[in-house]
Ligand binder design. Structure first.
Ligand code: CTP
Length: 423
């Protein structure tokens, strides 16, 4: 592994060296494992370091966090901890563990174990390798299931026949890694994966775990590839028997890619998009509201996510129609779009090829979005108006005038208010 480690950026090398020192100092063998090691061998950049410790992952993480002066979050129940350094560097530390699944799709019963046992509980051979940080075997690859060979041949392979029964989220994970790396799912694994889907095992998993895995798929570089493969294997049926990834959904995903790039390029200072949600809303387009609501429930989506999905489902058609005409006044554009999330707005732009609609949305984001008045309640009070519902009404009228460029300055806003009071 030495030659792979040498190629790492200096900051990662430094963390790994410090981790090795900590391992030696506290006498707990520590190993690089999981996705980090897989990507290291593949030559894919990965700033999430995975470390497994024989002993106590928490004690190890505390000592490492002290040396790195990093933030530390401990998950006592799982014997894990996460160190964060700056914006994009993360170290996940876990105690080597043994997992037993009492029944299909249940949460495993966990106890601490050896590295060998820890590797045996993992999803795929390519994720079940380790490299020791210290000792006689320092930096030597520990690869009991042939992960390196599978990486070289581009194969996703489970470690034992009950893997998908133990943890059906691995169905989505297998597809995700396969599509991400352009690998093949090895024939026996594929047979067991299909069987697990047919038996409806995905429906047995706790909603939040399915939510997380589905989101990870939609966050991959090419979510349309991910959803197409899931659809072709019958894997979307766990959400709804009516759900399909059709050619038109595929085309819409591609248009969304384009609109997201446009948004990120032109509005980089705005909040970060939940891009996965845009694809998800697109995926649900062909369903009716009742079916959409069932899926939201099944996945235990958060309130904010639910709100955006339902709003899009109920209003996007109407809004598209309203914005597909020439000459829509800015104040009307503002009223239609101001209450929408950026995710809904991007989906609107992707779903329509009408030029003026695209221009209205661009204008909205560039000019009207978040437009505020110079005047405040204080000014109205100064003009002798007592606080009450009238304030809102006056502000709304002034805002409309401002959006339509009829008033621009503070004194013009005040002049308009005086006119409104008189009339
Ligand atoms: N793992 C597993 N079964 C799961 C989830 C995770 O065996 N259902 C193991 C795998 O060995 C995996 C490691 O835990 O490599 C870390 O999990 P995670 O961070 O979810 O995956 P990564 O492999 O790091 O993938 P990614 O590149 O997407 O972060």
């Amino acid at each position: 592994m030495k030659r792979y480690l040498q190629k790492l950026p200096a900051e990662l090398k430094e963390i790994i060296n410090l981790a090795a020192q900590v391992s030696q100092d506290i006498g707990m063998p520590a190993y690089l494992v999981g996705g980090f090691l897989r990507d290291l061998i593949l030559g894919v950049q990965n700033f999430d370091i995975d470390i497994t410790v024989e002993g106590s992952g928490i004690v190890f993480a505390q000592a490492l966090a002290k040396r790195l002066k990093s933030d530390l979050r401990i998950h006592e129940r799982f014997g894990t901890a996460t160190l964060t350094l700056g914006n994009c560097l993360k170290v996940d530390v876990a105690t080597a563990r043994l997992e037993k699944y009492p029944s299909c799709a249940s949460l495993p019963v966990v106890s601490s174990g050896s590295l060998k046992e820890d590797l045996r509980r993992r999803d795929f051979t390519i994720n079940a390798m380790a490299a020791s940080l210290v000792g006689a075997d320092e930096h030597k690859l520990i690869d009991p299931f042939g992960g390196q060979n599978d990486l070289a041949s581009g194969r996703i392979r489970i470690l034992h026949d009950l893997s998908f029964r133990d943890d059906p989220t691995r169905i989505l994970r297998a597809i995700r890694f396969q599509q991400r790396f352009n690998f093949k799912i090895e024939p026996k694994t594929l047979k067991l994966l299909k069987q697990a889907i047919e038996e409806g095992l995905l429906k047995k998993v706790h909603s939040h775990r399915m939510r997380d895995e589905l989101i990870l798929m939609l966050k991959e570089i090419d979510p349309s590839k991910q959803m197409k493969r899931l659809n072709d294997l019958g894997g979307l049926s766990f959400l709804s028997d009516k759900l399909r990834f059709t050619k038109s959904t595929h085309d819409l995903f591609k248009l969304i890619d384009k609109e997201i790039r446009w948004f990120v390029k032109n509005f980089s200072s705005r909040r970060k998009l939940d891009s996965w949600l845009i694809y998800f809303m697109a995926l649900l387009k062909s369903l009716n509201l009742a079916q959409v609501k069932i899926i939201i429930l099944k996945l235990g989506l958060r309130k904010g996510e639910e709100k955006r999905i339902i709003n899009d489902h109920q209003n996007s058609h109407k809004i598209t129609l309203s914005l597909s005409k020439r000459g829509v006044r800015p104040a009307h554009i503002f009223t239609l779009l101001e209450l929408l999330s950026y995710e809904e707005i991007i989906l609107l732009r992707a779903s329509s090829q009408v030029k003026c609609l695209k221009k209205y949305i661009k204008d909205f984001l560039e000019i009207y979005n978040g437009m505020r008045l110079f005047v405040s309640g204080h000014d109205l009070h100064g003009l002798g108006i007592l606080p009450g519902p009238r304030y809102e009404k006056i502000f709304a009228q002034v805002l409309v005038a401002k959006l339509n460029a009829e008033v621009k300055t503070r004194s013009q806003e005040l002049a308009l208010i005086k006119k409104l009071i008189k009339s």
